[in-house]
Design a protein around this ligand. Structure first.
Ligand code: ADP
Ligand code: ADP
Length: 229
């Protein structure tokens, strides 16, 4: 499992406004790190730089010490599985949505790949299982079901790095806890970066980075940060 690092990263979207002011942190191989902080602190910007939607003005983002600017887009996409807050699904079945990202020739193979990801016990609870239609943009599913499909779709590709950008933030807290428990199980031993805004959702993280106005304000364990509160 790879390590991830930001080294003195300076970045802004507009020429006259710096968003990240020389940000440095490391996520050790296999560690689970959570990033929290107020809205506008720069958390999603970190996710966008890691996925190379943008490049830093200066500094580097590295995976296993290698500057991601020197890695092909294809291998970067293979290395990082991202789950956003609001996933868009195909107007097709759950099985197809989970399996499509794999390199499979036929529809049957695609759906079969999804079966491997059926750690998602909710699928058994739906009458049509993997054949359940998700509807336009996933509208036939509840928010929680939709996010489970999105997470399974990412996990089926077995990415060594998992990047969760507010993946459960829009859900009610019971559904959120249910999904987090499963996520904790499947992300053990995977390098994982979880962007969140509720401290309650990241109690399992090895380390928590607190962002404020584009800078690292604090870092520590969940318990240490609660003590400091
Ligand atoms: P801060 O507000 O943290 O002092 P600055 O805005 O001064 O940050 O920028 C920090 C670094 O980023 C400097 O080396 C600067 O030259 C570089 N920089 C600033 N704006 C841009 C830009 N639009 N394109 C490329 N590099 C930039
Ligand atoms: P967070 O995820 O912590 O809420 P973001 O990383 O989304 O914060 O945003 C950090 C700052 O960058 C905010 O001030 C936001 O307004 C600004 N920002 C985000 N995306 C863009 C963009 N595409 N263009 C210009 N500014 C942006």
């Amino acid at each position: 499992r790879p390590s991830v690092a930001f080294e003195n990263v300076v970045f802004g979207y507009e020429l006259d406004r710096t968003i990240l002011h020389g940000l440095s942190f490391e996520v050790p191989a296999g560690a689970q790190v959570a990033i929290v902080g107020p809205s506008g602190a720069g958390k999603s910007t970190i996710a966008r730089l890691l996925f190379r939607f943008y490049d830093p003005w200066s500094g580097r983002v590295t995976i296993d010490g290698q500057d991601i600017a020197r890695v092909t887009q294809a291998s970067l996409r293979a290395a990082i599985g991202i789950v956003p807050q609001d996933s868009v699904l195909f107007n097709d079945t759950i099985g197809y949505n989970i399996g499509y990202g794999r390199d499979r020739a036929t529809r049957e193979e695609i759906v079969a790949a999804a079966r491997d990801a059926a750690i998602w016990s909710f699928i058994d609870r739906l009458p049509d299982g993997l054949e359940t239609e998700v509807g336009e943009r996933g509208l036939k599913l509840s928010g929680g079901e939709k996010q489970r499909v999105a997470i399974a779709r990412t996990l089926v590709k077995d990415p060594p790095i998992l990047l969760l950008d507010e993946a459960t933030s829009a859900l009610d807290s019971r559904t959120e806890q249910d999904i987090l428990a499963t996520l904790h199980r499947v992300s053990a031993n995977r390098t994982s970066i979880s962007i969140a805004h509720r401290l309650s959702t990241i109690a399992d993280a090895d380390e928590i980075l607190v962002m404020d106005q584009g800078r690292l304000a604090e870092r520590g364990s969940h318990a240490a940060l609660l003590r400091a509160d």
